[in-house]
Design a protein around this ligand. Structure first.
Ligand code: MLT
Length: 273
């Protein structure tokens, strides 16, 4: 489906009925990385997965896209769809956006799931490297990013060639302009660590045990910083944990969601997930 949001054409998946369960993809990926979650959860939830600005099929805009801008796009989309508060799942860059959303729109959240992501900002060297990469994409297209990132998306022991091919397909849809904008936006993102303690919704943190892009130690830091957070490490999974080990990921998410709707411990008051 597509609609005009904040002056851009935004493309998104919206399937099923019930409590809204929203999935935000990482960089330089698309909503299609969540296809196995859409199939698994649409019989019980309203599953929404947008392509973030400039990635997948959603229109790009020039200049850096700060994480707060992606969060505003999401907020506008959710208003357009009339969802009310959502359970928000963000992977990697989608996790940076989920944290920005939690800060800017706390009342729009029922619960938070942070997957293969982290709270910290880029180091000065890391931010400089992103800007160099952005220059290379401007000069020669997105293949430099695909070649650097595709081999690290799955665990080093993964031998499924079709899965690796899918990862490259996800990345192939990103436009150079969108990739540059997201790289520059990530380079300038603020450190979220100082306000993790203010997150009041139930939070699940999930990491792939073999994630070489954002190691599981970053997930432990998130879990320790967020008051109601639980941590789940999925074995034999790399950075794209929800795609690579979808059954284990879906089981972990389903179990945590079920616990949220039955538990007496409910920091969200009446809003059970
Ligand atoms: C992602 O998967 O979204 C990126 O690896 C995040 C990043 O580069 O920091």
């Amino acid at each position: 489906m597509r609609t005009k949001i904040n002056e851009i054409q935004m493309v998104y998946t919206d399937e099923g009925d019930g409590i809204p369960l929203v999935f935000l993809h990482g960089f330089p990926l698309t909503r299609n990385t969540w296809s196995k979650q859409v199939e698994a959860f649409k019989s019980s939830y309203r599953v929404i997965a947008p392509d973030l600005r400039g990635l997948g099929e959603t229109e790009a805009t020039p200049g850096p896209v700060p994480m707060s801008r992606f969060a505003e796009d999401l907020n506008a989309l959710l208003h357009h769809l009339g969802t009310g508060p959502v359970i928000l799942v963000g992977h990697s860059m989608g996790g940076y956006v989920a944290l920005a959303f939690a800060k800017a729109f706390p009342k729009a959240l029922r619960a938070l799931v942070l997957v293969g992501t982290k709270a910290g900002a880029d180091s000065p060297e890391g931010a400089a490297a992103r800007r160099v990469l952005a220059d290379k994409v401007r000069a020669g297209g997105t293949s430099v990013v695909v070649e650097a990132m595709a081999p690290k998306m799955l665990s080093a022991t993964q031998t499924d060639g079709a899965m690796s091919a899918s990862v490259r397909e996800f990345m192939a849809t990103a436009s150079p302009e969108g990739v540059v904008s997201a790289l520059l936006g990530m380079a300038e993102r603020p450190d979220a660590g100082s306000w993790l303690g203010k997150i009041r919704v139930r939070t699940l943190v999930i990491a792939g045990a073999d994630d070489k892009i954002i190691p599981p130690s970053e997930s432990e830091t998130l879990m320790l910083g967020i008051p109601s957070a639980q941590l789940k490490i999925i074995p034999r999974a790399g950075h794209l944990v929800a795609f690579e080990q979808s059954h284990a990921f879906n089981d972990a998410l389903r179990e945590w969601l079920a616990w949220g709707s039955s538990s007496r411990y409910n920091p969200m008051g009446e809003q059970k997930v």
